[in-house]
Write a protein that binds this ligand. Structure first.
Ligand code: PLP
Length: 385
């Protein structure tokens, strides 16, 4: 099987990740990270803290306690959006967002928050002038993905950060497709809150994610419960990271996520990006002239994520993905990718999009096989190569 669905999750992890998860459990030495002060509890606490440190270093955050560990990006985004925004606030987001941003925002909208979504142009670039156009007196935040999980188009984060700074807005970024792919120094980029999932390009296990907080912000706890401290208070703690965490953390997952981030550090982000660019470039080069193949987004955009969305003629994306799986042993994802507003904007609500997404563990040979398979399949649409 050639696995080209890395935007869904990286199936191939660095070996150290598997080893770290195994050892966290097999050692028999990890207690509950925030419950008690015996050696086993402290050992687990250190595993958690090490993960916060690794993430803080990756994202340019000074204090590891500004990193909260979550179950995934969806968990983190719910805690952040519902913990910072509410009735009377106005928020500007974009049509390129994943449902893990859109649905919490819709929930907040139903409770009295106001929402505008910036649209896209023909190459799926955000219409940046519309951020200014949508600005209101009560605008509180901009919420944007760092890169589309359907087209791979990156968002101009410095531009949005400038806009937020000029107008005193919070800048909240969903970095699920970008963490571990782009250099995301929050301080340099001017990001206030960044949410990422652990199991994609950070190479952690599923069930991991994080929120990084760049400056002092007053979060309301969305979930409350055990935090291991202040047990007689009726309220969940409002200090970081506890306000964004509740219940026992995923210590083996954190051990694996640390190993994933360590892999990025030791390999070097620049090296990983170069590998990803090579794979993405070779794929684009190969598919560009395939008859009846339509690419979405802007393939020539510099700094794009290693995600390519395409269709073959009018073939349903699900049929193309099924044929790739069954006849060629290639795993890709069809359908809507949890990004409904983007599909509406692209006109692909019915057909969906076939998404190819790469990781540094893919090889050029795999890319060539995928291109050859698409050439083959294009003949079904009447294309001759
Ligand atoms: C851009 C984006 N945001 C958020 C998510 C949600 O990630 P998770 O399912 O790990 O919560 C995804 C996952 O597909 C994504 O691509």
């Amino acid at each position: 099987m050639i696995y080209l669905d890395n935007a869904a999750t990286t199936a191939h992890k660095p070996e150290e990740v598997a080893r770290a998860v195994y050892e966290a459990i097999a050692s028999g030495h990890l207690g509950n990270p925030a419950r008690g002060a015996h050696d086993y509890a402290l050992a687990a606490f250190r595993v958690i803290y090490r993960c916060r440190e690794a993430a803080a270093e990756l994202l340019g955050v000074d204090d590891p306690l500004r990193i909260a560990l979550t179950a995934n990006a969806t968990d983190g985004l719910n805690r952040v959006l519902k913990g910072l925004l509410g009735s009377g606030d106005h928020v500007i987001s974009t049509v390129t967002e994943h449902n893990s941003v859109l649905r919490p925002l819709y929930q907040l909208e139903a409770q009295g928050m106001e929402l505008d979504l910036v649209g896209i142009d023909a190459r799926a670039h955000l219409v940046y002038d519309d951020f200014e156009r949508y600005l209101r007196k009560n605008t509180k935040a901009v919420v944007a993905t760092a890169a589309s999980n359907v087209t791979g188009n990156p968002t101009d984060l410095p531009r949005l950060a400038r806009f937020c700074r000029t107008h005193g807005l919070l800048f909240i970024v969903d970095a699920s497709q970008a963490a571990g792919v782009f250099d995301l120094n929050m301080k340099q980029l001017g990001i206030d809150v960044l949410v990422a999932t652990g199991h994609k390009s950070l190479y952690g296990p599923q069930g991991t994610g994080l929120v990084a907080v760049g400056r002092d912000l007053a979060f309301r706890p969305v979930f409350s419960g055990g935090s291991g401290a202040h047990s007689f208070d009726r309220e969940h703690p409002v200090t970081l990271p506890d306000v964004l965490e509740s219940g026992t953390l995923n210590t083996p997952g954190a051990a694996g996520l640390t190993a994933g981030i360590e892999y990025l550090r030791t390999t070097g982000l620049a090296d990983i990006r170069a590998r990803l660019n090579r794979l993405t470039g070779a794929f684009l080069e190969g598919v560009r002239d395939i008859p009846n193949l339509r690419l979405y987004g802007d393939p020539d955009m510099p700094g794009r994520a290693p995600v390519i969305g395409l269709n073959l003629g009018d073939l349903p994306s699900s049929e193309v993905a099924a044929l790739l799986n069954e006849d060629y042993g290639i795993a890709v994802r069809p359908g809507a990718h949890c990004a409904p507003r983007l599909h509406e904007a692209l006109g692909t609500r019915e057909q969906g999009i076939v998404r190819f997404s790469f990781s540094p563990f893919n090889t050029i040979e795999e890319i060539h096989e995928a291109v050859a398979a698409l050439k083959d399949l294009s003949t079904m649409t009447g294309g001759t190569t």
